[in-house]
Design a binder for this molecule. Sequence first.
Ligand code: SAM
Length: 348
Amino acid sequence: MWEDEEEREEREGVVIYNFSKLLMTVKLGNLKDPDCVSFLKQNLPQLHLRWSGFRRVRRQVCRRLRARFRKLGLEDFASYRNYLVNNPDEWSVVDACCRVTISRFYRDALVFEQLCQILPTLIQLGQERRDSSIRCWCAGCASGEEVYTLKLIEHFCLSSQTLAFPGRGDLSVSVPLRINNSAGDLTVVAAPSGRASQARTHRRDSRQKLFLPLSILGTDVDEYLLLRARRGCYSPGTLKELPQEWIAQAFDVNQQYCLKSAFQEGTQFERADIRKQMPQGLFHLILCRYLAFTYFEPILQQEILQGIIHRLVPEGILVIGKKESLPFAGKNPLIKLSSLGIYQKQTV
Ligand SMILES: C[S@@+](CC[C@H](N)C(=O)[O-])C[C@H]1O[C@@H](n2cnc3c(N)ncnc32)[C@H](O)[C@@H]1O
């Protein structure tokens, strides 16, 4: 289920059951779940999670918790709370129940349209640093939807002549690019000084010279989601925000939409709990959307943010969810490029 469906449940008091192809919407009136809500409010802090992140999407979490305590032969949330007191190992099960796994391809389309404009700049940066690829990290990658969206952008956006999105208006930009954030909104401009003419020459002489491949790492704490990510097969609803031409070219359609192997090249998936472990090395681009900055408590958010900043190359880009904001972490080197949650690490 997607977050907006959960939000619809919340708003309209409907429950949406998705039985494979049959989508059945049942009006149930306004569902109230005070026991689960007070259980979450009381226990989320123990896991360094915050209630405000779960308020709108709590139903999937409550369903899982209820299924769990029933499996243990318990009656209600109060009994489950007592069980936790006597069985501390059970906290890891509560933690797993609290993972919100909602994702889809090209989620918040405008963000990826802006990324399309930024990628040439990152490529130029990678070339200047003599890197062999543009290293991207999607933290909390779910079933790979974000990782493969970057792959699709690399193919359809970067390799196109105009760098424009099919059927999406006048977003075309020209290289070379430097990012200008002076107005607080994203504008991608020609690189200043000698660099511009140098890069322009590159483009004129050989377009390929302005290309470095993306190498994209997706990490998630959930092994089952990672298995699905490596397989790369999805239901049509997961693709609903993608341009039709991209779907037609990038997926084989059988019972599901499966990514062609060419679009899986340069991707890698690893299990990692971001609270304990972050990947090694530096990245040009990090996406951390609808994970730490929604569900984690502020102190943990600050720790994660520091870890992310350390892993960004100077001038690298961080993308958070468009509805998220960064925790206050004193002076940090990030400048906001776009109101959609795109930041750039300043050179010191
Ligand atoms: C709401 S989904 C967001 C997916 C994707 N980033 C997006 O925006 O579409 C959150 C993802 O974070 C993962 N997750 C939750 N807790 C995590 C943790 N501690 N470490 C790593 N991943 C985690 C979940 O398994 C889930 O796949």
